[in-house]
Write a protein that binds this ligand. Structure first.
Ligand code: PMP
Length: 423
């Protein structure tokens, strides 16, 4: 059939020019041509339910974001060395979403750049070099940030200043975050490494989706601050209402970070990200160091991000994430009562991990099963993926406009797939 041959030709052309570094989802790659709301459409215009994309957080191709980008593109697009309203309008409004102490923002084009800048500022302001990250953390692609992203794999370079701590794993729980940080700080003292920061994804997404018990991250941050370091909250995944009710994951932990990095859903697909922090930090850094990012904070990006912010507020998407997320989690728990392969469900708004295991006693990860489930769901036009060091955790993270009817569709298809796998 025509669709298949078109996709196969595209696949061959793609391999030829993009090389081996580019990966595709699914055993049978999906060729998408358009999208709307929670739906992606393939080359034959068949709809697929998007249960995975947190970038198109206010819904794919939201008309207000599309209009903001189109209007500003037609008027002016330039860098931040001219006075222009767009970035100031956005920054003033956006900073309202943060604790008052966090009064400055620098805009970048990616979460990686935001984390990279956060590390530079932290090292500059503290005089330390050590960065504490969780064992399977992911913070981005620049050389500096890749060093603090063990999830990139064994081949990734990890300098002496990267110090690993345990994620707050509530399923196979070992020690608390604070205990792990205390141990790491002792070790660093012995090795003569002064801490610059604890860099934490507030939902510990790549580690397997965990939320430490209230207060643990705060305690950990206190220890790091006593040792002269800072807390950087990576909200690239957890932010913008994703985890329900609150705009930011750090709120749930009851802690105010020194710096916060944001990205992914910030422009609903337009590349805009940023670093928010205490003005004193930006002052120290900015007084002697230069930071100019050619595209970061351009008026089109600022308008896109502003449109997204307004939609999240107007459509009450953080509340929707809590409501629909709870509904979906309840349905998943009903499935867990029937399928022993579901070992654990960790649900925070519309950020849900469904951990698949071979045996509920031993809790041995069922990586192969998770792979099968993801691919069988794709065959049923439900798009999701996995996370965690063993890729055995279904990662359910749909656009925030997800409704209960979409949750029902996911639950129905997941039920069939688990039955098919004798899970
Ligand atoms: N931090 C976290 C927690 C992320 O998930 C990602 C992207 N997956 C990044 C940082 C890097 O963001 P970007 O891909 O925009 O550079």
């Amino acid at each position: 059939n025509d669709g298949v041959t078109t996709s196969q030709k595209l696949l061959a052309r793609r391999k030829r020019v993009l090389g081996a570094g580019y990966r595709l989802f699914y055993q049978e790659p999906l060729h998408v041509v358009r999208a709307e709301g929670v739906w992606l459409y393939d080359e034959q215009d068949r709809p697929y339910l998007d249960v995975y994309n947190n970038v198109a957080s206010v819904g794919h191709c939201h008309p207000a974001v599309v209009a903001a980008i189109a209007e500003q593109s037609a008027r002016l697009n330039t860098h931040t060395r001219y006075l222009n309203d767009a970035i100031v309008d956005f920054a003033e409004d956006f900073l309202q979403e943060f604790p008052a102490e966090l009064g400055n923002i620098t805009l970048t084009c990616s979460g990686s750049e935001a984390n990279d800048l956060a590390l530079r500022i932290a090292r500059f302001a503290t005089g330390g070099s050590g960065v504490l990250v969780t064992r399977w953390a992911y913070h981005g692609v620049t050389a500096a940030v890749a060093e603090v992203s063990p999830a990139l794999g064994d081949g990734a370079i990890r300098g002496p200043s990267t110090v690993l701590i345990d994620a707050p794993d509530s399923y196979r729980r070992g020690i608390s975050l604070a205990e792990s940080v205390a141990g790491a700080l002792r070790d660093m003292r012995q090795r003569g490494i002064k801490p610059a920061a604890l860099l934490a994804d507030t939902i510990f997404s790549s580690d397997g989706i965990f939320c430490a018990p209230p207060g643990e991250l705060r305690q950990a941050a206190e220890l790091v601050r006593q040792a002269g370091g800072l807390l950087i909250a990576d909200e690239v995944q957890a932010g913008f209402g994703r985890t329900g009710n609150d705009m930011w994951g750090f709120t749930r932990h009851g802690v105010t970070p020194d710096m916060v990095t944001v990205g992914k859903p910030m422009g609903n697909g337009h590349p805009v990200a940023g670093l928010v922090g205490r003005p004193a930090l930006f002052d120290v850094f900015g007084s002697s160091q230069r930071y100019f990012n050619t595209f970061g904070g351009n008026p089109v990006s600022a308008r896109a991000a502003h449109a997204v912010l307004k939609i999240i507020r107007e459509e009450k998407l953080a509340q929707n994430a809590a409501r629909v997320g709870d509904y979906l989690a309840a349905g998943l728990r009903r499935l867990a009562a029937r399928y022993t392969a579901i070992g654990d469900i960790r649900a925070y708004g519309l950020f849900i991990g469904v951990e698949l295991v071979l045996d509920r006693q031993t809790r041995e990860p069922a990586s192969e099963l998770a792979f099968q489930v993801v691919n069988l769901l794709r065959g049923r036009r439900i798009l999701t993926s996995t996370t965690g060091p063993r890729a055995n955790i279904l990662k359910i993270r749909p656009p925030l406009v997800f409704q209960t009817e979409h949750a029902d569709l996911l639950l129905e298809q997941l039920d069939r797939v688990l039955a098919q796998c004798h899970a």
